[in-house]
Design a protein around this ligand. Structure first.
Ligand code: FAD
Length: 468
Protein backbone atom coordinates (compact mmCIF):
# COMPACT_ATOMS: atom_id res chain seq x y z
CA UNK A 1 0.00 0.00 0.00
CA UNK A 2 1.19 3.51 -0.87
CA UNK A 3 0.19 6.91 0.49
CA UNK A 4 1.11 10.36 -0.82
CA UNK A 5 2.24 12.68 1.96
CA UNK A 6 1.72 16.23 0.73
CA UNK A 7 4.04 18.64 2.59
CA UNK A 8 2.93 22.28 2.79
CA UNK A 9 3.91 24.21 5.91
CA UNK A 10 5.11 21.25 7.97
CA UNK A 11 8.62 20.90 6.50
CA UNK A 12 10.03 18.44 9.02
CA UNK A 13 10.16 14.77 9.92
CA UNK A 14 9.99 15.20 13.69
CA UNK A 15 6.48 15.02 15.20
CA UNK A 16 4.83 15.37 11.81
CA UNK A 17 1.29 14.08 12.32
CA UNK A 18 0.41 13.34 8.67
CA UNK A 19 3.77 11.68 7.98
CA UNK A 20 3.51 9.46 11.06
CA UNK A 21 -0.04 8.49 10.14
CA UNK A 22 1.01 7.71 6.57
CA UNK A 23 3.82 5.39 7.67
CA UNK A 24 1.53 3.73 10.19
CA UNK A 25 -0.99 2.96 7.45
CA UNK A 26 1.18 2.13 4.41
CA UNK A 27 4.34 0.26 3.47
CA UNK A 28 5.51 3.04 1.18
CA UNK A 29 5.01 6.77 1.39
CA UNK A 30 5.62 9.31 -1.39
CA UNK A 31 6.61 12.69 0.14
CA UNK A 32 5.79 15.53 -2.24
CA UNK A 33 5.95 19.31 -2.23
CA UNK A 34 4.07 21.28 -4.90
CA UNK A 35 5.10 24.75 -6.04
CA UNK A 36 1.77 26.46 -6.57
CA UNK A 37 1.77 29.46 -8.90
CA UNK A 38 -1.31 30.80 -7.15
CA UNK A 39 0.93 31.35 -4.09
CA UNK A 40 4.13 32.30 -5.89
CA UNK A 41 2.39 35.02 -7.88
CA UNK A 42 0.64 36.73 -4.96
CA UNK A 43 1.90 40.29 -4.53
CA UNK A 44 2.66 39.69 -0.85
CA UNK A 45 4.78 36.57 -1.43
CA UNK A 46 8.25 37.92 -0.71
CA UNK A 47 11.60 36.69 -2.04
CA UNK A 48 13.13 36.28 1.41
CA UNK A 49 10.37 33.88 2.46
CA UNK A 50 10.67 31.89 -0.77
CA UNK A 51 14.45 31.68 -0.25
CA UNK A 52 13.89 30.32 3.25
CA UNK A 53 11.30 27.87 1.91
CA UNK A 54 13.72 26.55 -0.74
CA UNK A 55 16.44 25.93 1.82
CA UNK A 56 13.95 24.27 4.14
CA UNK A 57 12.89 21.94 1.33
CA UNK A 58 16.51 21.03 0.60
CA UNK A 59 17.02 20.18 4.23
CA UNK A 60 13.83 18.13 4.28
CA UNK A 61 15.10 16.19 1.27
CA UNK A 62 18.49 15.58 2.94
CA UNK A 63 16.82 14.35 6.12
CA UNK A 64 14.46 12.11 4.14
CA UNK A 65 17.42 10.69 2.21
CA UNK A 66 19.24 9.93 5.46
CA UNK A 67 16.28 7.65 6.26
CA UNK A 68 16.08 5.99 2.85
CA UNK A 69 13.48 8.26 1.28
CA UNK A 70 13.50 11.54 -0.71
CA UNK A 71 11.31 14.51 -1.51
CA UNK A 72 9.52 14.80 -4.85
CA UNK A 73 9.03 18.27 -6.21
CA UNK A 74 6.29 19.17 -8.64
CA UNK A 75 4.89 22.46 -9.92
CA UNK A 76 1.28 23.18 -10.85
CA UNK A 77 -2.22 23.29 -9.45
CA UNK A 78 -2.24 20.93 -6.45
CA UNK A 79 -5.44 19.10 -7.44
CA UNK A 80 -4.02 18.30 -10.88
CA UNK A 81 -0.54 17.38 -9.65
CA UNK A 82 -1.93 15.11 -6.93
CA UNK A 83 -4.38 13.38 -9.30
CA UNK A 84 -1.49 12.73 -11.69
CA UNK A 85 0.72 11.40 -8.88
CA UNK A 86 -2.06 9.14 -7.58
CA UNK A 87 -2.23 7.60 -11.06
CA UNK A 88 1.57 7.33 -11.39
CA UNK A 89 2.08 5.70 -8.01
CA UNK A 90 -1.21 3.83 -7.56
CA UNK A 91 -1.49 5.49 -4.15
CA UNK A 92 -4.63 4.76 -2.16
CA UNK A 93 -4.66 8.02 -0.21
CA UNK A 94 -3.32 11.56 0.09
CA UNK A 95 -2.44 12.70 3.61
CA UNK A 96 -1.63 16.25 4.67
CA UNK A 97 -1.63 18.48 7.74
CA UNK A 98 -4.50 20.96 7.86
CA UNK A 99 -4.03 24.68 7.50
CA UNK A 100 -6.27 27.47 8.83
CA UNK A 101 -5.89 30.09 6.10
CA UNK A 102 -8.95 30.74 3.93
CA UNK A 103 -6.88 30.27 0.77
CA UNK A 104 -5.58 26.90 1.98
CA UNK A 105 -9.01 25.71 3.12
CA UNK A 106 -10.49 26.53 -0.31
CA UNK A 107 -7.57 24.80 -2.06
CA UNK A 108 -7.91 21.71 0.11
CA UNK A 109 -11.66 21.57 -0.57
CA UNK A 110 -10.85 21.65 -4.31
CA UNK A 111 -8.33 18.86 -3.86
CA UNK A 112 -10.86 16.72 -2.00
CA UNK A 113 -13.51 17.28 -4.68
CA UNK A 114 -11.07 16.53 -7.49
CA UNK A 115 -9.74 13.34 -5.91
CA UNK A 116 -13.13 11.99 -4.91
CA UNK A 117 -13.57 8.47 -6.23
CA UNK A 118 -9.82 8.20 -7.04
CA UNK A 119 -8.37 7.88 -3.55
CA UNK A 120 -8.96 8.77 0.10
CA UNK A 121 -7.94 12.26 1.32
CA UNK A 122 -7.13 12.80 5.01
CA UNK A 123 -6.24 16.05 6.77
CA UNK A 124 -4.60 16.01 10.21
CA UNK A 125 -4.23 18.55 13.00
CA UNK A 126 -0.61 19.48 13.35
CA UNK A 127 0.13 23.19 13.17
CA UNK A 128 -0.60 24.20 16.75
CA UNK A 129 -0.37 23.08 20.34
CA UNK A 130 -4.06 22.24 20.03
CA UNK A 131 -6.44 21.99 17.07
CA UNK A 132 -8.21 25.26 16.21
CA UNK A 133 -11.64 23.87 17.14
CA UNK A 134 -10.46 22.16 20.32
CA UNK A 135 -10.49 25.04 22.79
CA UNK A 136 -13.89 26.61 23.40
CA UNK A 137 -15.65 28.57 26.11
CA UNK A 138 -18.26 26.89 28.33
CA UNK A 139 -20.89 28.25 25.95
CA UNK A 140 -19.17 26.38 23.10
CA UNK A 141 -18.04 29.55 21.33
CA UNK A 142 -14.45 30.34 20.27
CA UNK A 143 -12.38 32.44 22.64
CA UNK A 144 -11.80 36.03 21.58
CA UNK A 145 -9.85 37.14 24.67
CA UNK A 146 -6.33 35.84 25.17
CA UNK A 147 -5.98 35.31 28.94
CA UNK A 148 -8.91 32.90 29.39
CA UNK A 149 -7.88 31.21 26.14
CA UNK A 150 -4.38 30.67 27.52
CA UNK A 151 -5.76 29.23 30.76
CA UNK A 152 -7.99 26.88 28.78
CA UNK A 153 -5.05 25.70 26.63
CA UNK A 154 -2.91 25.09 29.70
CA UNK A 155 -5.74 23.07 31.29
CA UNK A 156 -5.63 20.67 28.32
CA UNK A 157 -3.11 17.90 27.80
CA UNK A 158 -0.67 19.18 25.16
CA UNK A 159 0.34 16.15 23.06
CA UNK A 160 3.91 14.93 23.51
CA UNK A 161 6.03 15.18 20.35
CA UNK A 162 6.67 11.93 18.51
CA UNK A 163 9.81 10.94 16.63
CA UNK A 164 9.74 10.00 12.95
CA UNK A 165 10.32 6.33 12.09
CA UNK A 166 14.01 5.44 11.64
CA UNK A 167 13.48 4.18 8.09
CA UNK A 168 11.10 5.78 5.63
CA UNK A 169 10.31 3.70 2.55
CA UNK A 170 9.55 5.46 -0.73
CA UNK A 171 9.18 3.88 -4.20
CA UNK A 172 12.30 4.49 -6.29
CA UNK A 173 10.64 4.91 -9.65
CA UNK A 174 8.66 8.15 -9.22
CA UNK A 175 10.44 11.07 -10.89
CA UNK A 176 10.78 14.51 -9.30
CA UNK A 177 10.90 17.80 -11.20
CA UNK A 178 14.41 19.32 -11.12
CA UNK A 179 15.18 21.52 -8.12
CA UNK A 180 14.48 25.15 -9.02
CA UNK A 181 16.67 28.07 -8.04
CA UNK A 182 15.19 31.19 -6.47
CA UNK A 183 15.48 32.82 -9.90
CA UNK A 184 13.64 29.93 -11.58
CA UNK A 185 10.75 30.67 -9.23
CA UNK A 186 10.79 34.32 -10.30
CA UNK A 187 12.46 35.87 -7.23
CA UNK A 188 15.68 37.69 -6.33
CA UNK A 189 16.84 39.25 -3.06
CA UNK A 190 19.98 40.64 -1.49
CA UNK A 191 18.67 39.79 2.00
CA UNK A 192 20.01 36.53 3.47
CA UNK A 193 17.40 34.76 5.54
CA UNK A 194 18.48 32.57 8.47
CA UNK A 195 19.41 29.02 7.43
CA UNK A 196 16.20 27.19 6.55
CA UNK A 197 15.11 23.73 7.60
CA UNK A 198 14.48 21.36 10.45
CA UNK A 199 18.15 20.76 11.28
CA UNK A 200 18.74 24.47 11.94
CA UNK A 201 15.42 24.75 13.79
CA UNK A 202 16.41 22.00 16.23
CA UNK A 203 19.82 23.57 16.82
CA UNK A 204 18.26 26.99 17.42
CA UNK A 205 15.68 25.55 19.79
CA UNK A 206 18.40 23.80 21.82
CA UNK A 207 20.53 26.96 21.90
CA UNK A 208 17.61 29.07 23.07
CA UNK A 209 16.50 26.60 25.73
CA UNK A 210 20.06 26.43 27.13
CA UNK A 211 21.03 30.09 26.87
CA UNK A 212 17.95 32.24 26.30
CA UNK A 213 14.96 30.85 28.15
CA UNK A 214 16.03 31.86 31.64
CA UNK A 215 16.71 35.44 30.46
CA UNK A 216 13.61 35.64 28.30
CA UNK A 217 11.30 37.36 30.78
CA UNK A 218 13.78 40.20 31.34
CA UNK A 219 15.36 40.50 27.88
CA UNK A 220 12.54 39.86 25.47
CA UNK A 221 11.70 43.55 25.21
CA UNK A 222 15.26 44.87 24.93
CA UNK A 223 15.51 45.80 21.27
CA UNK A 224 19.26 45.44 20.95
CA UNK A 225 19.50 42.14 22.87
CA UNK A 226 19.31 38.75 21.23
CA UNK A 227 16.66 38.04 23.85
CA UNK A 228 14.07 36.04 21.91
CA UNK A 229 14.25 32.66 20.24
CA UNK A 230 14.04 33.80 16.59
CA UNK A 231 12.22 30.58 15.90
CA UNK A 232 9.36 32.33 14.10
CA UNK A 233 10.37 31.44 10.51
CA UNK A 234 10.82 27.79 11.55
CA UNK A 235 7.41 27.70 13.21
CA UNK A 236 5.95 29.50 10.19
CA UNK A 237 7.10 26.76 7.80
CA UNK A 238 6.68 23.92 10.26
CA UNK A 239 10.42 23.19 10.37
CA UNK A 240 9.76 22.92 14.10
CA UNK A 241 6.80 21.28 15.81
CA UNK A 242 5.14 23.71 18.23
CA UNK A 243 4.62 20.77 20.59
CA UNK A 244 8.37 20.00 20.47
CA UNK A 245 9.05 23.67 21.34
CA UNK A 246 6.49 23.62 24.16
CA UNK A 247 7.78 20.46 25.78
CA UNK A 248 11.44 21.43 25.38
CA UNK A 249 10.71 24.58 27.40
CA UNK A 250 8.47 22.85 29.94
CA UNK A 251 11.08 20.21 30.70
CA UNK A 252 14.13 22.49 30.74
CA UNK A 253 13.37 24.53 33.84
CA UNK A 254 11.27 24.16 37.01
CA UNK A 255 7.51 24.73 36.86
CA UNK A 256 6.66 28.40 37.32
CA UNK A 257 9.97 29.78 35.97
CA UNK A 258 9.15 33.24 34.61
CA UNK A 259 11.12 32.84 31.34
CA UNK A 260 9.41 29.58 30.57
CA UNK A 261 5.92 30.82 31.44
CA UNK A 262 6.17 33.92 29.31
CA UNK A 263 7.75 32.09 26.36
CA UNK A 264 5.00 29.48 26.41
CA UNK A 265 2.46 32.31 26.51
CA UNK A 266 3.93 33.50 23.19
CA UNK A 267 3.50 30.04 21.67
CA UNK A 268 -0.10 30.22 22.84
CA UNK A 269 -0.55 33.64 21.18
CA UNK A 270 0.39 31.88 17.98
CA UNK A 271 -2.38 29.31 18.51
CA UNK A 272 -4.78 32.06 19.59
CA UNK A 273 -4.48 33.92 16.30
CA UNK A 274 -4.67 30.67 14.31
CA UNK A 275 -8.02 29.89 15.88
CA UNK A 276 -9.21 33.49 15.38
CA UNK A 277 -8.45 33.23 11.66
CA UNK A 278 -10.09 29.81 11.51
CA UNK A 279 -13.31 30.87 13.24
CA UNK A 280 -13.51 34.44 11.91
CA UNK A 281 -12.01 34.23 8.40
CA UNK A 282 -13.37 37.68 7.53
CA UNK A 283 -10.45 39.17 9.52
CA UNK A 284 -8.28 38.46 6.49
CA UNK A 285 -9.78 41.52 4.82
CA UNK A 286 -11.67 43.42 7.51
CA UNK A 287 -11.61 44.52 11.13
CA UNK A 288 -12.49 41.88 13.73
CA UNK A 289 -14.71 44.56 15.30
CA UNK A 290 -16.65 45.25 12.17
CA UNK A 291 -17.69 48.77 13.13
CA UNK A 292 -14.03 49.77 12.76
CA UNK A 293 -14.22 49.04 9.03
CA UNK A 294 -15.64 52.53 8.74
CA UNK A 295 -12.67 54.31 10.37
CA UNK A 296 -11.74 57.37 8.31
CA UNK A 297 -8.05 56.61 7.68
CA UNK A 298 -6.18 59.47 6.03
CA UNK A 299 -3.95 57.16 3.94
CA UNK A 300 -1.28 59.64 2.88
CA UNK A 301 0.68 57.62 0.28
CA UNK A 302 3.92 59.61 0.56
CA UNK A 303 3.94 59.23 4.35
CA UNK A 304 3.45 55.51 3.81
CA UNK A 305 6.51 55.38 1.50
CA UNK A 306 8.64 57.17 4.08
CA UNK A 307 7.46 54.74 6.77
CA UNK A 308 8.32 51.77 4.51
CA UNK A 309 11.80 53.13 3.84
CA UNK A 310 12.51 54.00 7.48
CA UNK A 311 12.71 57.76 6.87
CA UNK A 312 10.13 59.17 9.26
CA UNK A 313 12.55 61.11 11.46
CA UNK A 314 11.58 58.94 14.47
CA UNK A 315 14.77 56.92 15.10
CA UNK A 316 13.13 53.89 16.70
CA UNK A 317 10.60 53.59 13.87
CA UNK A 318 13.25 54.06 11.21
CA UNK A 319 15.60 51.51 12.79
CA UNK A 320 12.82 48.93 12.93
CA UNK A 321 11.67 49.49 9.36
CA UNK A 322 15.24 49.21 8.12
CA UNK A 323 15.78 46.06 10.18
CA UNK A 324 12.84 44.60 8.25
CA UNK A 325 14.17 45.65 4.84
CA UNK A 326 17.74 44.53 5.43
CA UNK A 327 17.23 41.33 7.45
CA UNK A 328 13.65 40.12 6.74
CA UNK A 329 12.87 40.07 10.46
CA UNK A 330 11.82 42.60 13.10
CA UNK A 331 11.81 42.46 16.88
CA UNK A 332 8.32 42.00 18.37
CA UNK A 333 8.47 45.22 20.42
CA UNK A 334 9.53 47.08 17.28
CA UNK A 335 6.63 45.53 15.32
CA UNK A 336 4.25 46.93 17.92
CA UNK A 337 5.89 50.38 17.83
CA UNK A 338 5.88 50.77 14.03
CA UNK A 339 2.35 49.36 13.70
CA UNK A 340 1.08 51.81 16.30
CA UNK A 341 2.97 54.64 14.58
CA UNK A 342 1.52 53.82 11.15
CA UNK A 343 -2.05 53.60 12.37
CA UNK A 344 -2.21 56.14 15.20
CA UNK A 345 0.43 58.71 14.20
CA UNK A 346 0.21 58.55 10.42
CA UNK A 347 -3.49 57.54 10.42
CA UNK A 348 -2.87 54.96 7.69
CA UNK A 349 -5.01 51.86 7.32
CA UNK A 350 -3.48 48.87 9.14
CA UNK A 351 -3.97 46.73 6.02
CA UNK A 352 -1.31 48.76 4.20
CA UNK A 353 1.20 47.96 6.90
CA UNK A 354 0.10 44.36 7.08
CA UNK A 355 0.80 43.90 3.35
CA UNK A 356 4.23 45.54 3.58
CA UNK A 357 5.17 43.27 6.50
CA UNK A 358 3.92 40.22 4.64
CA UNK A 359 6.05 41.02 1.62
CA UNK A 360 9.26 41.42 3.64
CA UNK A 361 9.02 39.17 6.72
CA UNK A 362 10.71 35.79 6.57
CA UNK A 363 8.20 34.65 9.20
CA UNK A 364 5.26 36.39 7.43
CA UNK A 365 2.18 34.46 8.46
CA UNK A 366 -1.41 35.55 7.81
CA UNK A 367 -2.80 34.58 11.23
CA UNK A 368 -0.03 36.12 13.38
CA UNK A 369 0.54 39.15 11.17
CA UNK A 370 -3.13 39.99 10.90
CA UNK A 371 -3.58 39.43 14.63
CA UNK A 372 -0.59 41.64 15.44
CA UNK A 373 -1.75 44.44 13.14
CA UNK A 374 -5.31 44.38 14.38
CA UNK A 375 -4.01 44.39 17.95
CA UNK A 376 -1.90 47.48 17.31
CA UNK A 377 -4.64 49.22 15.33
CA UNK A 378 -7.18 48.50 18.11
CA UNK A 379 -9.52 46.86 15.59
CA UNK A 380 -8.85 43.29 16.73
CA UNK A 381 -9.93 40.74 19.29
CA UNK A 382 -8.04 41.34 22.48
CA UNK A 383 -6.60 44.56 21.13
CA UNK A 384 -4.72 47.47 22.60
CA UNK A 385 -7.48 49.97 23.64
CA UNK A 386 -7.55 52.76 21.06
CA UNK A 387 -6.78 55.46 23.61
CA UNK A 388 -3.52 53.80 24.63
CA UNK A 389 -1.22 55.23 22.00
CA UNK A 390 2.52 54.54 22.04
CA UNK A 391 4.74 57.59 22.12
CA UNK A 392 7.54 56.46 19.76
CA UNK A 393 10.20 58.58 21.46
CA UNK A 394 9.31 57.29 24.93
CA UNK A 395 9.21 53.70 23.59
CA UNK A 396 12.68 54.21 22.12
CA UNK A 397 14.09 55.52 25.40
CA UNK A 398 12.52 52.69 27.35
CA UNK A 399 13.34 49.71 25.13
CA UNK A 400 16.56 50.95 23.51
CA UNK A 401 18.02 52.99 26.36
CA UNK A 402 21.57 53.09 24.99
CA UNK A 403 20.45 53.63 21.40
CA UNK A 404 22.34 50.50 20.32
CA UNK A 405 19.43 49.28 18.18
CA UNK A 406 19.00 52.66 16.49
CA UNK A 407 22.72 52.91 15.76
CA UNK A 408 22.82 49.40 14.32
CA UNK A 409 20.24 50.14 11.63
CA UNK A 410 20.41 53.93 11.14
CA UNK A 411 24.05 54.72 10.33
CA UNK A 412 23.34 58.47 9.98
CA UNK A 413 22.73 58.55 13.73
CA UNK A 414 25.75 56.51 14.80
CA UNK A 415 27.72 59.47 16.12
CA UNK A 416 24.78 61.14 17.88
CA UNK A 417 25.29 61.19 21.67
CA UNK A 418 22.98 59.03 23.82
CA UNK A 419 21.21 62.09 25.13
CA UNK A 420 19.71 62.89 21.72
CA UNK A 421 19.68 59.49 20.04
CA UNK A 422 15.87 59.20 20.24
CA UNK A 423 15.16 62.84 19.44
CA UNK A 424 18.01 64.06 17.25
CA UNK A 425 15.95 67.00 15.98
CA UNK A 426 16.35 68.56 19.44
CA UNK A 427 20.12 68.81 19.05
CA UNK A 428 21.22 72.44 18.84
CA UNK A 429 22.47 73.33 15.33
CA UNK A 430 26.15 73.45 16.35
CA UNK A 431 25.86 70.00 17.93
CA UNK A 432 24.20 68.70 14.76
CA UNK A 433 27.13 69.99 12.74
CA UNK A 434 29.68 68.67 15.22
CA UNK A 435 28.27 65.15 14.97
CA UNK A 436 27.69 65.39 11.20
CA UNK A 437 24.00 64.82 11.57
CA UNK A 438 22.27 67.93 10.31
CA UNK A 439 18.54 67.46 10.60
CA UNK A 440 16.80 67.84 7.27
CA UNK A 441 20.06 67.09 5.46
CA UNK A 442 21.66 63.98 6.93
CA UNK A 443 18.59 62.68 8.77
CA UNK A 444 14.94 63.73 8.33
CA UNK A 445 13.05 66.01 10.68
CA UNK A 446 10.12 64.25 12.40
CA UNK A 447 7.41 63.65 9.80
CA UNK A 448 4.60 64.52 12.19
CA UNK A 449 3.99 66.05 15.58
CA UNK A 450 3.15 63.12 17.84
CA UNK A 451 0.90 65.12 20.17
CA UNK A 452 -1.17 66.51 17.33
CA UNK A 453 -1.54 63.18 15.57
CA UNK A 454 -2.46 61.50 18.81
CA UNK A 455 -5.33 63.94 19.29
CA UNK A 456 -6.51 63.29 15.73
CA UNK A 457 -6.38 59.52 16.28
CA UNK A 458 -8.42 59.85 19.47
CA UNK A 459 -11.08 61.78 17.56
CA UNK A 460 -11.03 59.28 14.69
CA UNK A 461 -11.46 56.29 17.01
CA UNK A 462 -13.67 58.11 19.53
CA UNK A 463 -16.53 58.16 17.06
CA UNK A 464 -16.64 54.38 17.42
CA UNK A 465 -16.16 54.16 21.19
CA UNK A 466 -16.75 50.63 22.49
CA UNK A 467 -18.18 49.03 19.36
CA UNK A 468 -18.71 45.27 19.46
P1 FAD B 1 9.71 34.56 20.61
O1 FAD B 1 9.49 35.71 21.51
O2 FAD B 1 10.87 33.68 20.87
O3 FAD B 1 8.35 33.71 20.65
C1 FAD B 1 8.31 32.32 20.32
C2 FAD B 1 7.31 32.07 19.21
O4 FAD B 1 5.99 32.40 19.63
C3 FAD B 1 7.55 32.91 17.97
O5 FAD B 1 8.53 32.33 17.15
C4 FAD B 1 6.17 32.93 17.33
O6 FAD B 1 5.94 31.75 16.58
C5 FAD B 1 5.25 32.91 18.53
N1 FAD B 1 4.82 34.28 18.85
C6 FAD B 1 5.48 35.17 19.62
N2 FAD B 1 4.76 36.30 19.76
C7 FAD B 1 3.64 36.13 19.04
C8 FAD B 1 2.51 36.93 18.77
N3 FAD B 1 2.35 38.16 19.31
N4 FAD B 1 1.56 36.45 17.95
C9 FAD B 1 1.66 35.22 17.42
N5 FAD B 1 2.71 34.41 17.64
C10 FAD B 1 3.69 34.85 18.44
N6 FAD B 1 4.74 36.56 14.08
C11 FAD B 1 4.89 35.71 13.06
O7 FAD B 1 5.29 34.57 13.27
N7 FAD B 1 4.60 36.09 11.78
C12 FAD B 1 4.15 37.34 11.48
O8 FAD B 1 3.89 37.64 10.31
C13 FAD B 1 4.00 38.28 12.54
N8 FAD B 1 3.61 39.55 12.31
C14 FAD B 1 3.43 40.41 13.36
C15 FAD B 1 2.98 41.72 13.12
C16 FAD B 1 2.80 42.62 14.16
C17 FAD B 1 2.29 44.02 13.87
C18 FAD B 1 3.08 42.22 15.47
C19 FAD B 1 2.91 43.18 16.62
C20 FAD B 1 3.53 40.93 15.74
C21 FAD B 1 3.71 40.02 14.69
N9 FAD B 1 4.18 38.70 14.92
C22 FAD B 1 4.31 37.83 13.87
C23 FAD B 1 4.40 38.21 16.29
C24 FAD B 1 5.83 38.37 16.84
O9 FAD B 1 6.30 39.67 16.62
C25 FAD B 1 6.82 37.37 16.23
O10 FAD B 1 6.28 36.07 16.27
C26 FAD B 1 8.13 37.38 17.02
O11 FAD B 1 8.71 38.66 16.96
C27 FAD B 1 9.07 36.36 16.43
O12 FAD B 1 10.28 36.38 17.11
P2 FAD B 1 10.79 35.16 17.98
O13 FAD B 1 10.66 33.90 17.19
O14 FAD B 1 12.13 35.50 18.47
O15 FAD B 1 9.71 35.15 19.14
Amino acid sequence: KRILCWFRRDLRLDDNTALLAAYAAAEEVVPVFIFDDAILSRPDTGAVRVAFLLESLRNLDENLRARGSRLLLRRGRPEHVLAQLVTETAASAVYFNRDVEPFALARDARVRAHLEGRCAVEGFDDGGLTAPEAVRTKAGTPYTVFTPYRQAVLAQPIPRPRLAPAMLRTPADVPSDPWPSLKDLGFATSVSPPPGGETSAQARLQGFIQNGLARYATERDVLSADGTSRLSPYLRFGCLSPRRAYWAAREAVPEGSPGMESWIAELIWRDFYRQILFHFPYVETGAFRRAYDDLAWENNASWFDLWCQGKTGFPIVDAAMRQLLTTGWMHNRARMIVASFLTKDLLIDWRWGERHFMKHLVDGDLAANNGGWQWAASTGTDAQPYFRIFNPTAQGKKFDPTGAYVRQYVPELRAVPDRWIHEPSRMPPDVQRAFRCVIGVDYPAPLVDHGRQRAKALTMFGRFASPE
